[in-house]
Design a protein around this ligand. Structure first.
Ligand code: FDA
Length: 306
């Protein structure tokens, strides 16, 4: 992890910074990465992405909740979102974080919440993907996912694997045996070198290795990155290995590399945009700044423009 990235993630956890940015954040530019605070605003964004042939995965922002009531509210809101997607006829599935659904309170309680969400995904003919959080949550997240995969099948539930973790090669191997639908990402959290590759080159190499492994295992793979070199490598790999277009998709984050998103869709690739919404955008926002410290300049500029 670069020094700049580490510094942003450290400073952003400072309580004074948290308070200030949470107060002025939308004005500070969080709206570049967050579709809206309400579902109504967000739906307009989803429709305009769909109009450009971009599928969506909606993410109700929130993580590390401390009370059962908060976790139950997030569960209910996610279930409601599946209804909204069906009613509005938009092309979107849903991504969730288990710490928003009570993982840190009680894993069994979280499993029960996630079970209700997966049941709703199935009932509405839709799909829910479990995001991956920091390395201390990986075992519990995989446990909950594999339990629910047996019940709901890969058509309704999927998982995320991070290429910066040393363990991920084995995890992808295991997921391949289960036929799981995976999103491969590089990883966005501050991790020690004991568990994650510190150098970008190693993370990138591991990324391509995981994508190759999962595609060769005949499993559905979401290649979630804005890295043009990896995207071009993927295009070449699927062509040479005759991987059909219904076995993979590209995914990117709302507000990042919009031109590239549209170009890929115009070239006939399936592209899905991870579209976060809701009031609890602060941790998500700081991870986006940390990935590209130049974004901090963008943030400052938008502050002075208004
Ligand atoms: P990399 O960081 O090498 O960036 C490649 C290029 O992309 C940069 O040169 C720049 O042009 C552009 N770019 C990247 N980030 C940018 C930013 N913030 N602002 C502007 N430009 C930027 N992580 C995780 O730990 N758990 C998860 O569940 C998910 N889920 C997820 C879903 C989807 C759809 C995506 C795209 C990403 C995630 N991530 C994630 C985040 C992921 O781990 C990673 O931090 C980011 O995608 C940035 O890494 P890249 O792969 O884009 O490569």
């Amino acid at each position: 992890m670069s020094l700049a990235r580490k510094a942003v993630l450290t400073v952003s956890s400072n309580p004074v910074v948290t308070k200030l940015v949470s107060k002025y954040g939308m004005r500070l530019g969080a709206s570049r990465f967050v579709a809206g605070e309400s579902m109504d605003d967000t739906l307009q964004t989803v429709k305009s992405l769909n109009a450009d042939n971009l599928a969506v995965t909606l993410d109700l922002l929130g993580e590390s909740v401390r009370t059962r009531d908060e976790a139950l509210a997030a569960t209910a809101a996610t279930i409601e979102s599946f209804e909204t997607i069906r009613r509005e006829g938009v092309n979107s599935n849903i991504s969730v974080k288990l710490t928003q659904l009570g993982l840190t309170i009680d894993p069994d309680f979280c499993l029960a919440n996630m079970d209700r969400i997966a049941a709703k995904a199935k009932e509405t003919g839709n799909f829910v993907r479990i995001d991956m959080e920091d390395s201390s949550r990986v075992d519990a997240t995989i446990d909950i996912f594999t339990t629910l995969l047996e019940k709901y099948s890969k058509n309704h539930i999927g998982l995320v694997i991070q290429s910066y973790l040393y363990r991920s090669e084995e995890d992808v191997e295991q997921m391949g045996k289960l036929g799981a639908n995976l999103r491969i990402v590089k990883g966005a959290y501050k991790e020690p070198k004991e568990v994650a590759y510190p150098d970008k080159q190693d993370v990138d190499k591991a990324y391509m290795n995981l994508v190759e492994k999962h595609l060769k295992n005949s499993c559905y793979t979401a290649i979630a990155t804005h890295d043009v070199a990896i995207i071009n490598w993927t295009k070449q790999f699927v062509k040479e290995n005759h991987i059909p277009s219904n076995r993979f998709e590209f995914q990117m984050l709302y507000g990042i590399c919009g031109t590239l998103q549209r170009e890929l869709a115009q070239d006939g690739y399936k592209v899905r945009i991870y579209t976060p919404y809701g009031k609890y955008w602060y941790p998500y926002f700081t991870r986006r700044i940390a990935e590209r410290p130049a974004n901090a300049l963008f943030v400052l500029r938008s502050f002075f423009r208004k």
